[in-house]
Design a protein. Structure first.
Length: 292
């Protein structure tokens, strides 16, 4: 078989000194000639597509330079920046893919079961396989986000991008304030509740917990009972838990989150007022004429 499982049991020591038992389960594949031929053929044709993708991207960049007389301004466009990131990730994935092929061929020379010494090549294969999965997941997101670029051809379908474009500077400022404020509360939460609560034991988990609270998720992750986050916070620090919780809710939820929605609503109203005068039947007719 070319499928392997990795099970790791370890204990994490938080910044406050708490011992947190953790586990990690991963599945990964080993390249074999008998089982991976079809996938290799698909990878070859997909690599040819990526090369064509590079050619079209460079061609568009050269055309932009000739018409605009600028070089770096090409990458400051959001859609071209997404395509550039998409292209870079494709190249990184294929680099890891080739390394995975090479290490797999070397590992295939050793008969299974392996000798008493631990096969270190399997850890390399696990790392390469996992990072390919992560990068491909990110690439799928970029590919579907780029669909919004073509929806701009129709004002009704592209109302999201048009609304954001109307108020992009104001929206960016509000989002930066939003991210900075949540980061401030995440730092405070890690200091106050990190020693005993898994949800606040690291800065990244504190940030995630606070975002979950905005969505109404107050359940605990690594807890055997049904106790929510707020009761656990009160048990840890009865004096500051209420002040921390309500300051966060009022400042982030009632003010910043609703301000973000208000900025988007203003952009939406401006776009609706501009394009509502054109009947839908006329827009469909123009779209059909442009496609013919």
């Amino acid at each position: 078989s070319n499928s392997f499982n990795s099970i790791k049991l370890f204990t994490e020591i938080s910044a406050a000194g708490a011992l947190l038992p953790q586990y990690q389960f991963r599945n990964f594949l080993l390249w074999t000639k008998s089982r991976s031929q079809s996938q290799t053929i698909f990878d070859f044709f997909f690599f040819v597509y990526v090369l064509y993708y590079i050619y079209t991207f460079v061609r568009d960049w050269i055309i932009f330079k000739r018409t605009k007389g600028k070089i770096l301004a090409f990458l400051f466009d959001v859609w071209y920046l997404l395509e550039f990131a998409n292209l870079i990730i494709f190249l990184v994935v294929f680099s890891m893919r080739w390394a995975w092929w090479d290490i797999s061929k070397q590992s295939n020379k050793n008969a299974f079961p392996y000798p008493p010494s631990y096969p270190a090549d399997l850890d390399k294969l696990l790392t390469l396989w996992s990072f390919q999965i992560y990068a491909n997941a990110f690439n799928v997101t970029l590919v579907f986000l780029k669909i919004l670029k073509f929806l701009r051809l129709n004002p009704r379908l592209g109302i999201l991008t048009l609304s954001i474009g109307m108020r992009k500077s104001q929206l960016l400022c509000v989002l930066l304030l939003f991210a900075w404020t949540v980061l401030t509360f995440a730092l405070a939460g890690t200091s106050l509740f990190g020693p005993t609560m898994w949800e606040f034991h690291r800065l990244d988990t504190s940030y995630t917990t606070l975002l979950r609270m905005l969505l109404g998720d107050f359940g605990r992750i690594n807890s055997m009972d049904d106790e929510g986050i707020y009761p656990a916070m009160r048990r840890e620090n009865r004096v500051l838990a209420g002040a921390f919780f309500w300051c966060y809710v009022v400042l982030v939820f009632f003010l910043l989150l609703n301000m973000t929605i208000a900025v988007l609503a203003e952009g939406f109203s401006m776009v609706s007022a501009r394009y509502s005068a054109v009947p839908l039947s006329e827009e469909i007719q123009k779209w059909v004429e442009s496609m013919s």
